[in-house]
Design a protein around this ligand. Sequence first.
Ligand SMILES: Nc1ncnc2c1ncn2[C@@H]1O[C@H](COP(=O)(O)OP(=O)(O)OP(=O)(O)O)[C@@H](O)[C@H]1O
Ligand SMILES: [Mg+2]
Length: 310
Amino acid sequence: MIEFTNVTKTYAGSDALQAVNMKVESGELFVLVGPSGSGKTTLLKMVNCLNTPSTGTVAIDGVDVSSVNVRKLRQEIGYVLQAGALFPNMTVGENAAVQLLAQGWPEAKRRERVRSLLKQVGLDPDIFMDRMPSELSGGEAQRVGIVRALAVSPKMVLMDEPFSALDPLSRRQLQDLVLRLHKELDTTIIFVTHDMSEALRLADRLAVIHEGVLLQVGTPTEILAEPANDFVASFFDDDAKQRHFLTQVVAAGFGRPVQGGETVLPASATIYDWAALLRDQPDAVVASGKTALAPADLIAFMATLNGGVR
Ligand SMILES: Nc1ncnc2c1ncn2[C@@H]1O[C@H](COP(=O)(O)OP(=O)(O)OP(=O)(O)O)[C@@H](O)[C@H]1O
Ligand SMILES: [Mg+2]
């Protein structure tokens, strides 16, 4: 578990973070979402000591990170940055093996590990191992970044807006990759984004941050059902409130035939009516015409809004 306790950060007299209290459970895919300048990177970097709180503490499994050897700490934490964070003078294979090298893995084992991970992220090692970063597309480079972060099987991976420079299709594919790897590897992931649809798509739980203040932490369904304030609500696209009807969720291909036992909502119901129902009955399956919709369908539909892709 990662625990932030009363964390503040002051830069030249102005507060970048104000008394942040937050817990990330082990094995969770936790998403930190907020607009540019809200303090996401500042908070994330405190986990691997690339930044330090002005006051307050960050602890991993009860141990204050400031008391741990920094080198050892960072070896246990994978870190994926925005596009372009590969070393330009090293091949894909060398980039991916940086942390393995630091841990003293012998050459043959490094190659084997990197080749196997490249395959897992859909890059043929025979084609990509010896390429330079300048010979990769944005999406390929980000896959290599993910391989580099995962190579040493870290307990935890920090991802700071890793896909923000990518086109919607690559972005969607890499989100799927993160979801799959998270399931397979049983790693704790903190994923930073300013895109609410990306947050909804990925998160077990998400935290909404604005101007250095943590506004709300919860599952996507909880936050949809009961946004803590207007800012959080508006992050879900204000006009979606008027425009998105259950019938549109059905038209977008979600749901399955009704079986009986669902809560029937009228044809005029919006997704916000549905979210309100989920506040009282988190598992409620609703019926719109002949189609039954589960809470996961609502989240998946929300993820297609705000510029997300289907
Ligand atoms: N080294 C620094 N010195 C002074 N101010 C800083 C420094 N680093 C960040 N800030 C300020 O702290 C605030 C939070 O910055 P941070 O980088 O954490 O935001 P962010 O949420 O990651 O934004 P983005 O989505 O644009 O990456 C901003 O107002 C920023 O200008
Ligand atoms: Mg940032």
